[in-house]
Design a protein around this ligand. Sequence first.
Ligand code: ADP
Length: 259
Amino acid sequence: GPQSSWQMSRQPFGDRFALVELINRTAEIDISRAHTDFVANASHELRTPLASIIGYVETLIDKSATIEPEQRERFLGIVLREARRLQELVADLMSLSQIEAEKHDQPREHVDLVALAGRAARDSAGAARHDRLRLGGQAAPLAVLGDPKQLEQLVRNLVDNALKYGAADSEVTVEVENDGRGMAVLKVRDRGDGIPSQHIPHLTRRFYRVDPGRSRAAGGTGLGLAIVKHIVERHRGRLDIASRVGEGTTVTVRLPIAS
Ligand code: ADP
């Protein structure tokens, strides 16, 4: 542990170097612990739907079991739902590792954030929820240096959460504005239950959920905001989450405007 590395390096390096060494090693330990936790969490998230799929398929192909047609239908529905959950999880895990792999390579394409946000938000709402979406902010184009695919994913994840956790039929607002100080400001606002403040600092952690049952029932992977955070970091931007219980949540992303 960190204690023993402190003891060991005390003699050869003296106190100052030992302290630097201690900090370095503690950081390493933290990173490897975070990695182990992540692998453990990811395995658990993958194992649960897999176990359910295997269980139901085993029952369905068991010749000695008598299964009513309605029950058969229901089991197949569960198998499909769990298989889709696996598909989403794998897609999100791949996105996350892709974004992380590119984190030092700053995106250079000029992207109009106003058009992109509108498009991605409509995409995310789809036909079924499009009447809940309100697009505001400026109409004039606003260019940022970005990776269009990742920025679309960022907007989709935020709008998806706002629709998912917003009260049924409540409005979700998406707007992009120039703050006049070199930043493009994207806001996604919902009138949902809001998030108790003690959870807010943890929301961008992988698989962190305020209400795991609700997230899973809504088809959430627990990776949406972790992906958003990584995309924002790669774009040298800022992410802020403000929320009031009983009122709703506003997520603000600031990205440098392309000169
Ligand atoms: P999930 O797939 O569970 O939605 P996210 O990483 O996107 O994962 O979000 C993490 C958690 O943050 C969610 O499980 C939910 O509890 C909370 N959350 C995210 N966005 C909102 C929102 N707009 N309103 C209320 N809670 C939210």
